[in-house]
Every structure is written in structure tokens, then in C-alpha cells.
Design a binder for this molecule. Sequence first.
Ligand code: WQD
Length: 320
Amino acid sequence: MTWLITGGAGYIGGHVLQQLVAADVPVVVLDDLSSGSPDRLPDGVPLVVGSTLDRALLDTVVRQHRVTGVVHIAAKKQVGESVAEPLRYYRENLTGLQTVLEAAVAGGARKVVFSSSAAVYGTPDADLVTEATPCAPINPYGETKLAGEWLVRSVGRAHGLSTASLRYFNVAGTSSPRLADDGVSNLVPMAFQRLTDGQAPLVFGDDYDTPDGTCVRDYIHVADIAAAHVAAVHRLDAAAEPLSLTLNIGRGEGVSVAEMLAVIARVTGNPTPPRVTPRRPGDPARVVAAADLIHRELDWKAQHDIESMVTSAWAAWQQR
Ligand code: WQD
């Protein structure tokens, strides 16, 4: 009944792992430690250091640990980098997934949970993005996630696997400083960085067609993301027949950049007014999830609000 967690030493993977262990799900982690850290692993969890591109290693892990399911989180996730290095992103994200699926099928593992992203939607023309909203990624990162979903679904159908592709919206916050995001490539850490350096946080454009002119997103606490994975693992473990799920993980509530920066100013106690710069290319005005399907399918609902995301991330930031 062991689940293999790829990318379990990363920011999201570490949170998923913590909650799976708390739920008594037996786990083994595969991580190449390119951005992950062994410090994120709970005591006693076996860590195999290696690549998802290493088929022989995956075969060994699946066999030795009697892996029956895989939560595949390991991936590259920087949009700008994916535009500059599409070959690397397709290899790491898509060939990596393919190799994991090959090993899973060959070793008799019957369940797969795949980390997808709201990036599959591109610039959606919908107030609330449902899983039926057309997918039209606008960068190689999003393309690898959409193609990954197709591969997962097709392999599931052909080989009788139960699968769940989980489309994360904008992940933020942390359950503990040890598990925190150490990257500075999203709004919350980027604002922290600027404030720490004595600079004004930046607003990438305030002339969007939104209530306050700044972009609107659906921010979701990483602990809620992790809880959705535990629910998906339980659902797939319990499925009598092969199952194929594709689900948004969001709160269903839009928050603008200006609103987010106001919370950040309050939580950090730093009132430096933000500075508006021109739009960042490729940013959609609004991306907010409809979160009804995951509630119905997994009985999951987000528990954490924006305040909790910013407060936990700031506490971790100060301990860096
Ligand atoms: C959020 C909003 C910026 C920094 C990205 C990927 C997506 C997914 C999550 C996953 C935007 C604005 C930001 C700043 C700002 N990737 N902003 N000032 O772009 O919504 O989503 O991360 O793994 O695929 O595209 O997230 O945090 O970069 O930006 O005004 O200093 O904040 O323009 O509107 P984004 P983000």
C-alpha cells in the first residue's frame, strides 16, 4: 500500500508528505534535490535521491517498496524559464512523467495523482474557471502540464489505473518555516524581498479590466493543497473501478494584487506604498477557480484564508 511521492522534498511535496504521514499513509520519496531539501522530510520517511528520468532507479524503488500508487509532484515550475528552455521543461516535466508512468505500469502500481496547474487554462475568458473551461496554455510550462494530464488519462484508460490530475491555482503560505517556499518567484515572496531590501513592492500593471485595475488571482494555502492530495489518495485507494479525475484546487475567491499587497503591508507592519510598473507580458487579468467539483468528488474545501497565507509565509521569511 506504499505511495511513492516524487518531489517530496520540495515546498509543495513536503507539505503533501507531512499530511500523508499524519494520515498514516506509508510513503517513500524520490527527489533529485535540485530544489528540494531533505530537511523537509518527516523522521523515518525513506528518501531516494535521484531523477524521475532514471527508469532503472524507478523500477527498483517501485519493486523494493511495493509501491501501489504514485503522487507525482517533481517538476520544473518557472514560467519564464520554460519559455527560454522548452526542451528542458518538456524533458523534465513530460519525459519525467512518462518514465514514472512506465515504471508504475510495469511494477503494478495502480493509482496516480498528478500535479497539474491553472496554467493549463492560459488566459481564460471566464469569471470562474471550471474544469470544462477550454484549456489553452500560453507557455511551455503550461503545455507540459496539459500534455501531462492527457498522458495520465490515456495511460489510466489503457492500463486500468485510477488517476487524479489536480490543477493548483496560486499557491502561498506554509505550515511551518521548515517547509516554506525558499524561491522568490511569486507575488508574496517577491513583495517580502522588496520590503526587506527597503524598496516598494511592485504592481505589474493597474490598467486591467478588474475592479481596482490590478490582476485578480485565486490564492490557496499550501496546507489546503496538501489536504486535497490526501483526499485524492484516499479516494483512489477506495475506488473499486478505475477512476479518472481532473480537479481544480482553489478557493473560488478572487483577490487582486492591490488587495494582497494591503494584507502584506499590514502583516509585515511595513506601510511602504507599492509602485506601479507596466504590465508583465502574458499575465491574464483574472484567473479564479470554480471549486465545486473537488468539493463534490473529494469532499474537500479550503480551510485557510489570505491572512493565514501571508502571516505564515512572513513568519517563515523572517527565519530565513
Ligand atoms: C500573481 C499576480 C502578477 C509579483 C504563476 C504561474 C502559474 C503558476 C503559479 C506554477 C500576477 C502580480 C507579481 C510582483 C505583481 N505556476 N505580481 N508584482 O503569474 O499568477 O502564476 O505562478 O507553478 O502557472 O504563471 O503568479 O505570483 O507570479 O503573480 O504585481 O512583484 O501578481 O502580475 O498578476 P501567476 P505570480
